[in-house]
Design a protein around this ligand. Structure first.
Ligand SMILES: Nc1ncnc2c1ncn2[C@@H]1O[C@H](COP(=O)(O)OP(=O)(O)OP(=O)(O)O)[C@@H](O)[C@H]1O
Length: 453
């Protein structure tokens, strides 16, 4: 189990003409650090305090580690939170205009299939795309017909099993075998997404969207299966109802949107208070679905999107406060591995058979089984190779009787060699003649000495 606090990042949206429009701007501090919320050259007393902001690559830092973990069997979640127009969709999906400005989601799809291509492991990848609007779930990957209204899409129901696990009925979970297929489904889902106009942002989305990538890998003998999923969540705008200046049906919508964000906030507050035993996940569909991502089996990252113009300063502060709470929450991720009992039994039976075979070979010690001609020939060539130095090992695959036969062959070989070379005799002859030489030399030396005298 990996205990991890939720990683929190902030992304600042640079306004066009932001220097002249607002007093807030970004000052490079060092090569890697920036000081934001700088008010006319002086640090803002409320926002800036002693915060340091490190420049990071959004995809490399936030998404890549989670993608790697998903391939290792962990669940992962990235969610974007911030007021309308602050750049949630820009961060998650990206800009439709420039390829360079594609968001975390298309880059994640690209990265996943790049990885799958480079490995021999067989992965199965599936995707789903859910939209939650006014507390009702809709399946965005329904390709049967182009809906003109959101209500024409199939409704997704949230069900709970006996173990308290949430299941989504009616949500299409579709297989994808390459990047193009996954991108096509992302495009289909985005086309089906509800887009409504508000005075704050022309193309403001009022719904929560969850794109999920499911990764399954089966072990070589098929007895173990790892299933993990990566949620990429684009939440609705977090601004307060009064500020969005909307009325009538849209006011009702805004209440619903804010209601589920309100419940999200309640969940975050409860999770950040260690003494709280009840966490109100069931209050809204979105918090129920994100239950694991917020406190359970998931590695999670939050991207707080900030639009730091003067008129947005209160919303920016609220987002920062929310982000601060989220940063104090821990999740406990575990590898999602299932063992298939049927296949495990087959595998264990195979092991038992192999052990039985080895045991019966060992039993051969007492039976003195006779080797076949072929076995004897095999032993002879093995011993020959061994003596010549062509084989490092002699006992590798041989049974007990064969080993005995090989040892006998080795003994015969040594005796035969000794007999042929007659080594002990020769040794003693050499020794004796050396001694004789030595004594003859000593005698002649003594004779010489006597002659002198
Ligand atoms: N970091 C950024 N750099 C450049 N343009 C950005 C950035 N963030 C957002 N934008 C632009 O700002 C506009 C609004 O952004 P976006 O739609 O992502 O906001 P949002 O937070 O998703 O809003 P909503 O809550 O309505 O979904 C878009 O035109 C987008 O291209």
């Amino acid at each position: 189990m990996v205990k991890n606090s939720i990683k929190v990042y902030a992304r600042v949206k640079r306004e066009r003409n932001w220097k002249s429009k607002s007093n807030y701007y970004i000052t490079p501090k060092t090569e890697h650090e920036e000081l934001i919320f700088d008010l006319a050259g002086e640090a803002d007393p409320v926002l800036n305090k002693a915060h340091k902001y490190r420049k990071v690559d959004v995809f490399d830092v936030i998404a890549k580690p989670l993608i790697n973990s998903v391939f290792n069997g962990f669940n992962g979640t990235i969610f974007a939170y911030g007021q309308t127009g602050s750049g949630k969709t820009y961060a998650i999906t990206g800009s439709p205009d420039e390829y360079e400005d594609r968001g975390i989601l298309p880059r994640t799809i690209e990265q996943i299939f790049q990885y799958v291509k480079t490995t021999t492991t067989q992965y199965s990848i599936y995707v789903s795309y859910l939209e939650i609007y006014n507390e009702v779930g809709y399946d965005l990957l329904n390709a049967k017909h182009r809906p003109t209204r959101l209500e024409e899409l199939p409704r997704v129901a949230l069900l709970e099993d006996a173990n308290g696990e949430a299941h989504l009925r009616n949500l299409s979970i579709l297989p994808v075998t390459n990047e193009q297929e996954a991108m096509r489904l992302l495009f289909l889902g985005d086309t089906n997404r509800t887009i409504a106009e508000t005075p704050m942002n022309e193309y403001s989305s009022r719904s929560h969207c969850i794109f999920t990538i499911y990764v399954t890998v089966t072990s070589e003998r098929c007895e173990r299966i790892r299933r993990s999923k990566l949620h990429l969540v684009d939440l609705a705008g977090s601004e307060r109802v009064h500020k969005s200046k909307i009325s009538g049906i849209t006011l009702k919508e805004a209440k619903h949107i804010n209601l589920s964000l309100y419940y999200l906030e309640q969940v975050i507050i409860a999770l950040s208070q260690t003494h709280r035993s009840h966490i109100p996940f069931r209050n809204s569909m979105m918090t129920y679905i994100l239950r694991d991502s917020l406190s359970g089996n998931s590695l999670t990252a939050m991207l707080a999107t900030l639009a730091i113009t003067r008129k947005n300063i209160r919303e920016t502060l609220t987002t920062c406060k929310f982000a601060q709470r989220v940063a104090s929450i821990c999740t406990e991720a575990t590898i999602n591995e299932e063992i298939d009992p049927q296949k495990e039994i087959l595998f264990l039976r195979g092991e038992v058979d192999e052990l039985r075979r080895q045991l019966s070979q060992l039993k051969g010690i007492n039976t003195n089984e006779k080797l076949s001609e072929k076995q004897e020939e095999n032993c002879k060539s093995t011993v020959r190779d061994y003596i010549k130095g062509c084989a490092d090992e002699i006992l590798a695959d041989l049974g007990v009787e064969e080993m005995r036969f090989c040892l006998k062959l080795m003994r015969d070989n040594i005796i035969e060699r000794d007999r042929k070379s007659n080594q002990p005799q020769q040794y003693s002859d050499n020794f004796n003649s050396a001694l004789a030489l030595k004594y003859n030399k000593m005698i002649s030396e003594k004779d010489e000495e006597i002659g002198i005298l």
